[in-house]
Write a new protein. Structure first.
Ligand code: DX5
Ligand code: ZN
Length: 224
């Protein structure tokens, strides 16, 4: 089943609780939380205290995307704050195997993220240790950027590898998702679709969530 993960980066931060409630009421099962440190990426966003207080406002699954240097220093804290899914960038982890294991040891699902310039084969030796692979379809740092089509081939490749090696990791896509390209990424094999601006950048996020979900469902029917 494909899940839609609204990215709160595009939400109104003065009303975060209400914004999340709106997509939850519309049927969302998870939200995507972008953590940026102003070093690995040129932007600063959300930290552990915000995740902790959101935890008491909703029971949705928290998918924390760590765009930070030295993520091992913080990943356990994000799990303790309430994240059930934590992903780290391949580019920030010289000991990626250990970084993924650390997240699992603390009880969360572990994801490995690939920047647009990072090839799929760099994950070959950890694919049996990841719960999901996040394919970036923009250069990380900001919402509202244009989708990079090279991500579609990466999804196809990952989907092929998991079939060949009989692995069960999920494939997530993040960046520039719209009603026009959501079908294409699902057809390529994507299981989790992050959407920020397309959902929270609209006057009615609940309705926008519903539109993305319906577009995803239509494609799934075709894929099945
Ligand atoms: C970008 C973030 C994304 C961002 C996506 O660095 O990782 O999660 O919120 O936003 P949109 O959907 O607007 O591209
Ligand atoms: Zn993200």
């Amino acid at each position: 089943m494909v899940e839609i993960a609204p990215s709160i980066l595009a939400a109104d931060f003065s009303r975060l609780g209400e914004e999340i409630q709106a997509v939850q009421n519309a049927g969302a099962s998870m939200i995507h939380i972008d953590v940026m440190d102003g070093r690995f990426v040129p932007n600063i966003t959300i930290g552990v205290p915000v995740v902790r207080s959101l935890r008491s406002a909703t029971d949705l699954t928290f998918d924390c995307h760590l765009m930070i240097e030295d993520p091992d220093r913080y990943s356990p804290e994000f799990v303790r704050a309430g994240a059930q899914m934590v992903s780290v960038h391949q580019e920030t982890c010289p000991h990626l195997h250990r970084s993924l294991q650390l997240i699992r040891d603390h009880g969360a699902l572990a994801g490995a993220v690939l920047n647009p310039a990072t090839p799929v084969h760099t994950l070959d030796d950890v694919l049996d240790l990841v719960d999901y692979v996040l394919v970036m379809s923009v250069n990380p740092g900001f919402g509202g950027q244009k989708f990079l089509p090279l991500a579609v081939e990466k999804i196809r490749r990952l989907d092929r590898i998991r079939q060949e090696r009989n692995l069960a990791f999920r494939i997530e896509i993040d960046g520039g998702i719209t009603l026009d390209n959501v079908g294409e990424v699902i057809r390529a094999g994507c299981d989790i679709v992050v959407a920020g601006t397309t959902i929270f950048g609209t006057p009615d996020p609940a309705q926008a969530f519903d539109a993305v979900r319906r577009a995803a469902e239509q494609t799934q029917l075709l894929r099945a």
